[in-house]
Write a protein that binds this ligand. Structure first.
Ligand code: HEC
Length: 143
């Protein structure tokens, strides 16, 4: 094969790669742009219910009051040192990063369950936000 042909082929692969990247970036934006589907988010949350509840501490800390709360700060819950020292304040953005790869974001955390799909995370986070404003959480916070 001539050099010219080789470099042409390489450029072909580059173009294909760039297109694939474009599709990925576009796909991510498309998933993040509309508000999350809270109904689907509630279904995803069933995965979390194995250890968490909204209003009370179980194997994991309660999720009422999560938004705006410092990581590792629910009274009476025995967090790992890693979580207490993480310095994270929970928001849609920090939750998105943490839930994608908990042990990478907070090495040494006792929470190892991840949600790899960006759309599932967006829906789950929308549900958690909605649940935080629910009567269950209002009662839990005043009580
Ligand atoms: C196998 C049990 C288990 C499952 C399932 C689980 N978690 Fe956790 N989670 C924990 C534990 C234990 C901690 C405390 C981690 C630490 O101290 O390092 C935690 C901590 C957290 C925190 C930090 C809370 C805080 O107060 O700082 C968030 C947020 C969280 N989990 C969200 C979720 C979500 C969302 C799901 C479902 C996708 C989920 N977890 C599933 C056990 C679990």
């Amino acid at each position: 094969m001539t050099n010219w042909l080789k470099s042409w082929r390489r450029r072909g692969w580059l173009a294909a790669g760039a297109m694939a990247l474009g599709v990925t970036v576009f796909g991510t934006c498309a998933a993040a742009a509309p508000p999350g589907d809270t109904r689907h988010g509630e279904e995803v949350y069933s995965l979390c219910l194995a250890c968490h509840a909204l209003a009370e501490n179980r194997t994991g800390p309660r999720h009422c009051g999560l938004f705006g709360r410092r990581a590792g700060s629910v009274p009476g819950f025995a967090y790992s040192e890693a979580m207490k020292r993480s310095g994270i304040v929970w928001s849609a953005a920090t939750l998105d990063g943490f839930l994608a790869a908990p042990s990478q974001v907070v090495p040494g955390t006792a929470m190892y369950v991840d949600v790899r799909d960006a759309k599932e995370r967006a829906d789950l986070i929308a549900y958690l936000e909605q649940a935080g404003r629910s009567e269950i959480c209002k009662a839990a916070q005043s009580g």
